[in-house]
Design a protein around this ligand. Structure first.
Ligand SMILES: [Zn+2]
Ligand SMILES: [Zn+2]
Length: 169
């Protein structure tokens, strides 16, 4: 009886991961599972994720200083994580098995696996940052002490503020 229930739960977690488009943390997967199955516990989801990953049914991606990510079974590949929104993306780069062989030859190791995760700022966050830079500029323009009604040279001519000139640079 218990085994049947465990099998159903495992299948449910696997199905959820396979339905994800992309990468999700255990927390995000739990949220999703519990939307339809409120009775399933967080620890059950976590335990099954680990089991499925070690069984090779799903991929687990370890990221430095962050929670692990999971994704559906796939060819080995590399990732880039956005330092702003924390999302994980695939990188379009061939998996370097040659690298593993090189280490095997040089150091005598049998290499089992390797992971490579880049960090950066995703296009969405980049766009947002550009937008907020723009907002900062507008705020500065609205600030009376910094407001410029003409070119800096005019201000200077009027014996204007060094602050305003600095802004123009
Ligand atoms: Zn981002
Ligand atoms: Zn991936």
């Amino acid at each position: 009886m218990m085994q049947t229930r465990a099998t159903i739960q495992r299948a449910l977690v696997l199905k959820t991961v396979n339905e994800l488009h992309g990468h999700a943390t255990a927390d995000q997967i739990f949220e999703r599972v519990s939307q339809e199955h409120p009775s399933i516990s967080r620890s059950t989801v976590y335990r099954n994720l680990n089991f499925l990953a070690s069984d090779g049914k799903i991929l687990k991606i370890r990221v430095p200083d962050a929670a692990d990510f999971y994704e559906s079974k796939n060819m080995p590949h590399y990732h880039v994580r956005c330092i702003k929104c924390q999302r994980l993306f695939d990188v379009d780069l061939d998996f370097m098995t040659g690298l593993e062989n090189q280490i095997k030859d040089k150091h005598g190791f049998d290499i089992i696996d390797h992971e490579l995760t880049f960090s950066g700022i995703c296009p969405d966050c980049k766009r947002q940052a550009e937008h907020s830079d723009h907002t900062v500029t507008i705020e500065a323009d609205n600030d009376e002490s910094l407001s410029l009604n003409g070119p800096a040279t005019t201000k200077h001519h009027r014996g204007g503020h060094s602050k305003a000139i600095a802004l123009e640079q």
